[in-house]
Design a protein around this ligand. Sequence first.
Ligand SMILES: CC(C)(COP(=O)(O)OP(=O)(O)OC[C@H]1O[C@@H](n2cnc3c(N)ncnc32)[C@H](O)[C@@H]1OP(=O)(O)O)[C@@H](O)C(=O)NCCC(=O)NCCS
Length: 242
Amino acid sequence: MKNIVIIGASGHGNVVLDIIEKEADFNVIGFIDTYKHKCRLANGYQILGTEEELPYLIDKFNITAGIVAIGDNWIRKKVVDKITEIVPNFEFVSSAHPQAVIGRDVTIGVGTIIMPGAIINSNAQIGDFCIVNTNASLDHDSVMANYSSLAPRASTGGHVNLGAFSAICLGASVIEGITIGTHTVVGAGAVVVNHIDSHVVAYGSPSQVVRERQEGEPYLAKSKDSKSEMVVIHKSKERSTL
Ligand SMILES: CC(C)(COP(=O)(O)OP(=O)(O)OC[C@H]1O[C@@H](n2cnc3c(N)ncnc32)[C@H](O)[C@@H]1OP(=O)(O)O)[C@@H](O)C(=O)NCCC(=O)NCCS
């Protein structure tokens, strides 16, 4: 079984940890996080250090791969790029919760995370470093380009094309055959019935484009994890192999 690290010790990182533990294909050694104190515990696993320390940590713990657990599509790319610069041959793994339903002839790229209750129907193609979140549904023959995401309970009809870095937010629905450009955000609860261009924010039912959007503009609420992490530190027992 491969020894892996989870890059990102936030709430999303803890969900990814849970998926990997349940999938039981990899041995988690700990977390990598630039913004959290080394040696702290996150869900019982140690924060081993930063991305810069990866070469040393890889040797020390015989780490052969990792997964980037960062919810924001653009920041996830930045972190993947940084790791690839530091460790050019670093292997990124993908992970699917055992209670996700994955249809026949579905392709899933590297670094992609499929959360519990997600349904991916036949012939769908999911690129690299995507997120299909809790109870999201990607219907047949749909395509998610690299670094795109479906938030919890987002759903698409068949033959939907979601562009790179674009996000379909909480509970939004996209009817069949729709194309959504790159770096676009479809807001929570939207119902998309027309194609949407690149670099815009759209929401409402039926959805309307409400403004333009720059690459990398935040679309997720700020994490409250720094507080919850303190609680975890006090409650958890160390499970790392350290
Ligand atoms: C799209 C999104 C980022 C908001 O975009 P925004 O342009 O920054 O919008 P703002 O928060 O500045 O709000 C501007 C206005 O639009 C309204 N609005 C914002 N999001 C809306 C939505 N999804 N549907 C309808 N109206 C919305 C606000 O109420 C506000 O109205 P007001 O001017 O009358 O007060 C937000 O709707 C969203 O979907 N966030 C992502 C949530 C998510 O999926 N999280 C995933 C967790 S895993």
